[in-house]
Design a protein around this ligand. Structure first.
Ligand code: PLP
Length: 423
C-alpha cells in the first residue's frame, strides 16, 4: 500500500501521512540543482539543443518535476525509453518535443501518434507506426536510429539505405515526417577509447546516405552525457543528457564538482535506534560482523527494498557530520552502522539523528559515487534504484525570480579533466 493509498482508506490524514513519511525517509530532490546542470549543458551544447533524458522516472528523481525544471532551464526536448513514459508526461500537460526510442510489438504507437510523441525507429517499427498514422489520420514523427557500433537497438549500416528509402516513401505519402536521425555511443565515458571515433565515422556515413536520399531532418543526435562533456564533435544538432542533469559524473575518477555539476538527490532518514553493545556483538543476518570492542550500533531504516544494494556492506552513512560504514548484512528494511565506543550521553544524543546515505558530497558527506564503488556498480544505478517506498520530496521547486537571467559557469576544463582522469 502506498502512503497515498493509506490516506485514501482513511488511515490518518493524507497530509500528515505524507509529511511524516517524508520526515522518516526521503529522497530529497533539489530542482535548482537540476536547473543549474541543464543550464551548464545548454551552454556547452550551444548552438545545438539539449534533450533532457527523463526515462526511468528521471533516473529515480521524479519525471514530471524534473521534466518541468529541465524545460524551465532551457532544455528543448525530453527523451524517454518507453511510449508509456512519454504518455505520462503528456498526461501531466507537458507539450515539449518528446522522443521515445524502445518499443515492442505491444507498444501503443496509436497513442504516441495521437499525442504527438516522436518515435525512434530501428526497422520493424516503421510499418507499425505507419499503420498507427493511417488510423489516426495524422503523420507520425519519427527519428531513424542507426546502430553505429553499440550492438543494441538501431538499424545496421548494411540495411540503412533500405530503411531510409522506405521511410522516404512513407514521408512522400504524407504518413510520416523524418524528424531526426540518431544513434547511441558505447564507450564515451572512457574518452581514450578509439571506438567513439569509429562510431562517429559510421554516424557521418549514415547521415550522408540519408542526405543523398533526400532526408532533411530537424535534428541529428548521438551524444550522451560523457560525449556532451568530452566530444564537442559529437554534438550535431542535439545532445541527449541524462546523468549530467542529475549532477553526476560519468567519468571514473572525476567528481561532479570538477565538472561544474551539482548532484540533485539526497537520500536521508533518521536513526531508528541507537544502543550500546558489548565487544563481540554479532550484527544482522549471518552474523558476519562482530564488534571489536564495546560499541554503539545505529540502526538505519533503509534496506534493499528501498534500493540500497544488498552487496554494499561498508557503504557510507553520515550522522552528525561523521561518516560511518555499514556493518553486517544489509537487510530488506534496515542496515546497521557501528558508531564506536560512545558515552551514554553521546548515545542518547544520537537517537533520532538524521542519517544521510548519499547527497551532493559538498560537506564531505557520502555520494552516489561512493555507494557505486562499494557495490561494484555505477552511479546511474544507485540513484535510479532508490525505490518508490522512499518518498520523493522537492526543494527549490520554483526558479528564483532572477534565475532565468543566471549565467551558466561554463566549465572550461571539462574535457581536460575527463581525459586526464581516464587516460
Ligand atoms: C538512447 C539514449 N540516449 C541518451 C541516454 C542518456 O545517457 P546519459 O545518462 O549517459 O546521458 C540514454 C541513457 O542510457 C539512452 O539510452
Amino acid at each position: 500500500m502506498t502512503y497515498e493509498a493509506a490516506a485514501d482508506i482513511g488511515i490518518g490524514s493524507k497530509t500528515s501521512i505524507a509529511k511524516s513519511a517524508v520526515l522518516e525517509r526521503s529522497a530529497v530532490i533539489d530542482l535548482e540543482a537540476v536547473r543549474h546542470n541543464v543550464r551548464q549543458f545548454v551552454a556547452i551544447a550551444s548552438p545545438a539543443s539539449v534533450m533532457a533524458v527523463v526515462k526511468a522516472d528521471a533516473y529515480g528523481h521524479g519525471v514530471v518535476q524534473v521534466a518541468r525544471a529541465a524545460l524551465d532551464a532551457g532544455a528543448a526536448w525530453l527523451g524517454v525509453a518507453h511510449i508509456s513514459e512519454a504518455l505520462a508526461l503528456r498526461a501531466a500537460g507537458i507539450e515539449a518535443p518528446l522522443l521515445a526510442w524502445l518499443h515492442t510489438r505491444e507498444s501503443n504507437f496509436q497513442a504516441a501518434v495521437a499525442a504527438g510523441i516522436d518515435v525512434g525507429i530501428s526497422g520493424w517499427e516503421l510499418d507499425a507506426v505507419v499503420a498507427a498514422a493511417r488510423e489516426q489520420e495524422r503523420p507520425a514523427r519519427v527519428h531513424l536510429k542507426v546502430d553505429t557500433g553499440l550492438g543494441r537497438n538501431g538499424c545496421t549500416i548494411a540495411d540503412w539505405d533500405q530503411l531510409v528509402g522506405q521511410a522516404m516513401e512513407y514521408q512522400d505519402e504524407g504518413l510520416l515526417r523524418v524528424v531526426g536521425i540518431f544513434s547511441h555511443l558505447a564507450v564515451a565515458d572512457e574518452p581514450h577509447r578509439p571506438e567513439t571515433d569509429q562510431q562517429l565515422a559510421v554516424f557521418r556515413e549514415a547521415l550522408a546516405i540519408a542526405e543523398d536520399a533526400g532526408v532533411d531532418t530537424e535534428v541529428r543526435h548521438i551524444a550522451n552525457t560523457p560525449a556532451a562533456l568530452s566530444r564537442p564533435d559529437s554534438h550535431f544538432d542535439l545532445i541527449r543528457v541524462g546523468l549530467g542533469i542529475y549532477g553526476l559524473s560519468p567519468f571514473e575518477g572525476v567528481t561532479s564538482a570538477e565538472l561544474g555539476l551539482h548532484a540533485a538527490m539526497t537520500v536521508r532518514t533518521i536513526l531508528s535506534n541507537c544502543k550500546k553493545v558489548p565487544e563481540g556483538q554479532g550484527v544482522s543476518y549471518g552474523l558476519k560482523y562482530h564488534t571489536s570492542q564495546e560499541s554503539t550500533l545505529g540502526l538505519v531504516p533503509l534496506g534493499y527494498a528501498d534500493g540500497v544494494p544488498r552487496v554494499a556492506t561498508g557503504g557510507p552513512v553520515r550522522v552528525n557530520g561523521v561518516t560511518y560504514p555499514v556493518v553486517g548484512q544489509i537487510a530488506m528494511d534496515q542496515m546497521v552502522i557501528d558508531l564506536g565506543p560512545l558515552t551514554p550521553e553521546e548515545t542518547a544524543g544520537l537517537k533520532g539523528s538524521e542519517a544521510v546515505m548519499f547527497g551532493d558530497g559538498a560537506d564531505g558527506g557520502p555520494t552516489a559515487d561512493d555507494w557505486a564503488a562499494t557495490a561494484g556498480t555505477i552511479n546511474y544505478e544507485i540513484v535510479t534504484r532508490i525505490s518508490p517506498r522512499v518518498p520523493r520530496s522537492y526543494i527549490n521547486e520554483a526558479p528564483a525570480v532572477n534565475e532565468a537571467a543566471a549565467k551558466p559557469e561554463v566549465h572550461q576544463g571539462t574535457r581536460a579533466a575527463s581525459e586526464s582522469a581516464t587516460l
